[in-house]
Design a binder for this molecule. Sequence first.
Ligand SMILES: C[S@@+](CC[C@H](N)C(=O)[O-])C[C@H]1O[C@@H](n2cnc3c(N)ncnc32)[C@H](O)[C@@H]1O
Length: 398
Amino acid sequence: MVKYSAVKKILQIEVDKATDNGLAHLTHYFQNSVNGVSQHYEQPALDYLNQLNLAEEPQMQAYLPIKFDVPFPPPSTYDFTFIDLFAGIGGFRIPMQELKGKCVFTSEFNFHAQRTYELNFGEIPFGDITKLNLNIVPKHEVLTAGFPCQPFSISGKMKGFEDTRGTLIYNVFQIIEMRKPKVVFLENVKHLVHHDSGNTLRTIIKDLELLGYKVSWKVLNASDFGVPQNRERIIIIGHQNELFDFSKLKTKPKTTLKNILDKDVSFEYLDEPYTLIDDYKVQDSGLIFIGYRNKTIRKAGVRPGTENLSRVHKQPNRIYSTEGIHPALPSQETSGRFWIYDKGKVRKLTINECYKIMGFPDKFAKINNLSELYRQIGNSVCVPMIKEIAREIKSQLL
Ligand SMILES: C[S@@+](CC[C@H](N)C(=O)[O-])C[C@H]1O[C@@H](n2cnc3c(N)ncnc32)[C@H](O)[C@@H]1O
């Protein structure tokens, strides 16, 4: 059996802004050679190989079967198929594969995220979902999407999901209409509940119902699934016949930051003045706001006696105790200004600790670009939370 790393070298598999999905076709072909899905990808994959000017006419069979020597190889046997939309760095794919799901299609248009994805899964995502011919998406049982949130309201004039045209969820609905997956598994920020006075969520639910799904949703917190992070996300699940029962999810006791800290690495300590709060409180969420950097403290609108509340201090100035949990890692952060108070000193959370509080396994491979690493993890999902939901989806709905 030939190793993926060798095939990768010979066939110049390297995420490149100019490959125009040729490599996505090729890697999807290789990963789906035995499950009847490969015909979707074969011709464009061959076209890509032909352009490489290899000495002989490319015969894809010559490279198969491939041993995927990547951190998260496709499962050798599988119980269900899924697709990974707005795939980011694969926060859905890791737990879905662990539960014996076979990914048959993935899309993500960010170049750096595509590089991380290929490094970990040996497959390059297709690019911009709004520009793809969606016929390329094969039939699948579960559709997963942590889609970017855009506002829309119901025009009342059109029928079906046409009223979301021009938004990314519209493309998701198109795929659902074409391929009718058994289960639709969506994730978004908690704010979706209140977006456009609730219209955005109402529209999504109504459109899924029009497409023939029974829909349930719930806001869940990563801190209930074994990671020390206060990250609330809405989960929306649709199934053709049954309502998903969120009450069956198994939660875990809360854990704290001190249980996941790195040891024996060099830390970046805060070298500016800061203030520790004597009478700090453990918040209901489990956060402990224990101090703040002295600079840029908000002054306007701060009522006397409330100077020490976390909301008064801008996020990059706050310091949290390792006896508690961490606030949600934001997606826009590129320099990792997450300060913690650990063993009498204030230091930055390391990038490795950021991946741990999202529940990523240690073997997850990272690209060599720190600001992208911060951005990618802040955009991703809490892996153990997705795994628990996926486990229940498998048991209740598949
Ligand atoms: C909220 S993140 C989802 C991250 C993912 N769940 C993970 O585990 O890393 C949304 C992702 O959608 C991608 N995206 C946005 N618009 C897109 C489009 N038109 N086509 C493909 N991907 C898109 C972004 O680059 C981003 O990585």
